[in-house]
Design a protein around this ligand. Structure first.
Ligand code: GLA
Length: 346
């Protein structure tokens, strides 16, 4: 196992951005301290060809202008909050709208656009980077001070480990996730529509045309949301039209709070497979619908569907939905969630 630290660049305030590269098992993962972003993940194919399976940019500049949230850590609250506002303890809190009247990924300046403190370490069977952020009272409109600690690592058994923790000094809804875009054929290598997908979800979070939950968690049975048996990503049909593809939160089967199977994705030509596990109630399956010729790594151009995301998370708009599993952290009640992405070839 190996840990490497390099300079990624300098911000206009003179602060240095680091890029860490972790090696363990057959994988190599690079992480930037700006946005606590996953910048590359090298995975061998069935024939031993090492490709980078993460969409991203060649340098820091790309991450400073990262409209599609490629690779970043999203917080305090990933996904949408209706009317950019919510009430907690009898107080209404206004966020910044950046998706029509709603807020998406905490508004125009979420955790994805901040420089995190970072430090690498080795533990048991893996190598990790610990990212830390202090978010002041009122940050993006959220109540109370919050300290976020996110650990990303690689194990000898070809797993990417994610551990999300937060402490608050006032009750506040928290939803931390990573917004990596995967293409198991290699970034820049066509679209992901030929990937085979399994989602361990018997139901999904029904949304209106703006992606805001109706409050209903509906069965996938007999719908285009049924991925319980391995199948290709099929975008036909009028139902997905307003979203331009999948951009939906699936309710992960099994006991919430426990790490359990969430998804499996397989790419036939390279033999690469990824299995995802999460402790969170849901996963946003997003098929890169809004990618529009983004200038990616080393000359790659990312068009619509050139990557997919599996953002393990709490359901969208949880702060306004009394019926959804709570994601409110409070003094003495820390937020703690985990996810694992395990890779295999064959
Ligand atoms: C999430 C949202 C999508 C889109 C992407 C970023 O997945 O659900 O609608 O905003 O982030 O482009």
């Amino acid at each position: 196992m190996k840990i490497k630290e390099n300079d990624f660049g300098v911000l206009s305030n003179g602060k240095k951005v680091k890029i860490w590269t972790l090696s363990a098992g057959d994988l190599k993962l690079s992480l930037s301290s700006y946005g606590a972003a996953w910048t590359s993940l090298i995975v061998p194919s069935r024939n031993g060809i090492k490709d980078d399976i993460l969409l991203g940019y060649s340098g820091l500049d790309g991450y400073l202008n990262n409209g599609p949230y490629i690779g970043v850590t999203v917080g305090r609250f990933a996904n949408r909050i209706k009317d950019a506002s919510f009430e907690i303890m009898g107080m209404r809190h206004a966020l910044n709208a950046n998706d029509g009247v709603n807020s998406l990924h905490s508004g125009p300046r979420g955790f994805d656009k901040l420089l995190w403190k970072s430090e690498a370490y080795e533990e048991n069977e893996g190598v990790y980077v610990r990212f830390e952020l202090d978010s002041p009272d009122g940050d993006c409109g959220f109540p109370g001070q919050m300290k976020a600690v996110v650990n990303y690592g690689l194990t000898k058994s070809n797993e990417v480990i994610c551990d999300y923790q937060a402490k608050v000094d006032k009750p506040c809804p928290i939803n931390l996730t990573n917004h990596a875009y995967f293409n198991l054929a290699g970034e820049g290598n066509g679209n992901i529509l030929n990937h085979d997908v399994v989602l361990y979800s018997s139901s999904y979070v029904q949304v209106d045309k703006t992606g805001i939950p109706t409050g209903n968690i509906v069965p996938v049975d007999g719908t285009i949301f049924d991925f319980r048996k391995r199948r290709k990503i099929f975008l036909g049909g009028s139902f997905l039209k307003p979203f331009r593809g999948y951009d939906h939160c699936f309710a992960v089967d099994g006991e919430r709070g426990k790490l359990r199977p969430c998804a499996e994705v397989h790419e036939e030509d390279t033999g690469r497979s990824m299995a995802v596990f999460t402790s969170q109630p849901g996963v946003q399956f997003y098929t890169g619908n809004f990618l529009k010729n983004a200038a990616g790594k080393h000359g790659s151009v990312y068009g619509k569907h050139s990557g997919f995301c599996l953002e393990t998370q709490h359901y969208p708009d949880t702060p306004n939905q009394k019926g959804f599993p709570s994601c409110t952290a409070a003094p003495g009640k820390d937020y703690h969630e985990k996810a694992v992405f395990k890779f295999d070839v064959g």
